[in-house]
Design a protein around this ligand. Structure first.
Ligand code: UFG
Length: 323
């Protein structure tokens, strides 16, 4: 089997690329390296280019006979998407359409898509299952909501079979330390906590008056290695059934920001300097996934998504980063 992995030099895509290789799947990574890292492509061939470049896609898809596409090539910063929605609609919608059109033209039938918990917006209930209304509250979430709709419509009209995964809080790094999270700038909680642990400046806890156990936000952290495995299982599943699917991926357990800091102090063995700060606009109080569907249908089992393992792997990466 041969798979085109767009965005395969990024955080989640590079882990999925490795899992595919481990399963004997041949991969070609297409990444423009705007956020990805050459060193993160440890398997398969890297083509540096833009997934919105139809001529490049035609050339690649003619030369290589792909059975499927896994698409991780998206911009993911909620705050940036509010300030610069054009960038998000251009990449996450317009370029996605180019990729889907090329897939249809070259008869690549199977498409695995990175979606997000941000498609749900402000939760009406938790844990959030797949039936929860999708009412995004920021442009990033909206672009992914539109991506999901495009997959549905392309499925009905052109026979594309897709699997969309809505990640909750992707976290952790490769257990062997080979690849990991390297965003610039880094806005995510765990890397910021660990940088503070290494002696950086005090990190900020955004919001102390939420309706949660201790007033800080509750999130569902899911190990990137578990996410990557779900992609392989999802691809196999849609290839067997020829039916499109959507799955929420999380551990189904929630931790507050302050609980996470305490656990990180235990794992790192040091004090983490932090300040209590104002709420960050757009943060829901609690996000927790219902992961029953992925477990039942895909046989997915999050193996490394307990907070201690996530933090150990992330601490190992933070101390020995390769890029
Ligand atoms: N937080 C802090 N201090 C920081 C950074 C984060 O207190 O320095 C808090 C946030 O307010 C939030 C929690 O830690 O409560 C987690 O924040 P992240 O930025 O790590 O992650 P988000 O939950 O905001 O975002 C994640 C994904 C997004 C996705 C979103 C879905 O990274 O891509 O979930 O709601 F859109």
């Amino acid at each position: 089997m041969k798979v085109l992995v767009t965005g395969g030099a990024g955080y989640i895509g590079s882990h999925a690329n490795r899992v595919l290789a481990r399963q004997g799947v041949e991969t070609v990574v297409l990444d423009d390296l705007s956020n990805g890292h050459r060193e993160a492509v440890t398997e398969g061939r890297l083509v540096v280019g833009d997934m919105g470049d139809r001529a490049l896609l035609d050339e690649l898809m003619t030369a290589e006979k792909f059975d499927a596409i896994m698409d991780f090539a998206a911009f993911i910063e909620v705050g940036e998407s509010v300030e610069n929605p054009a960038k998000y609609y251009e990449n996450n919608v317009v370029k996605l359409k180019t990729l889907l059109d090329a897939a249809v033209a070259h008869k690549i039938r199977y498409f695995v898509f990175s979606s997000t918990a941000a498609v749900f917006g402000e939760p009406r209930y938790v844990p959030i299952d797949e039936a929860h209304p999708r009412e995004p509250i920021n442009p990033y979430g909206m672009t992914k909501r539109i991506g999901e709709a495009m997959l549905d419509d392309y499925g009905r009209a052109y026979g594309l079979v897709s699997c969309a995964f809505r990640y909750f809080n992707a976290a952790g790094d490769a257990p062997d330390g080979a690849i990991g999270e390297a965003h610039e700038p880094e806005s995510h909680l765990i890397p910021r906590v660990l940088r503070a642990a290494k002696g950086g400046r005090a990190m900020k806890v955004f919001g102390t008056d939420y309706d949660t156990r201790d007033g800080s936000c509750v999130r569902d952290y899911v190990h990137v290695e578990d996410l990557a495995e779900a992609h392989y299982l999802g691809l196999r599943h849609i290839m067997e059934t020829n039916e499109s699917e959507q799955f929420n991926l999380g551990s189904s357990e929630g931790f507050t920001v302050l609980e996470l800091i305490r656990e990180a102090e235990r794992v790192t063995g040091g004090k983490i300097p932090y300040e209590l700060a104002e709420r960050r606009p757009g943060d829901p109080a609690t996000l927790i996934a219902a992961n029953k569907k992925a477990k039942e249908i895909l046989g997915w089992e999050p193996k490394r998504s307990d907070l201690t393992t996530i933090l150990r792997d992330a601490w190992n990466w933070e101390q020995n980063r390769k890029y």
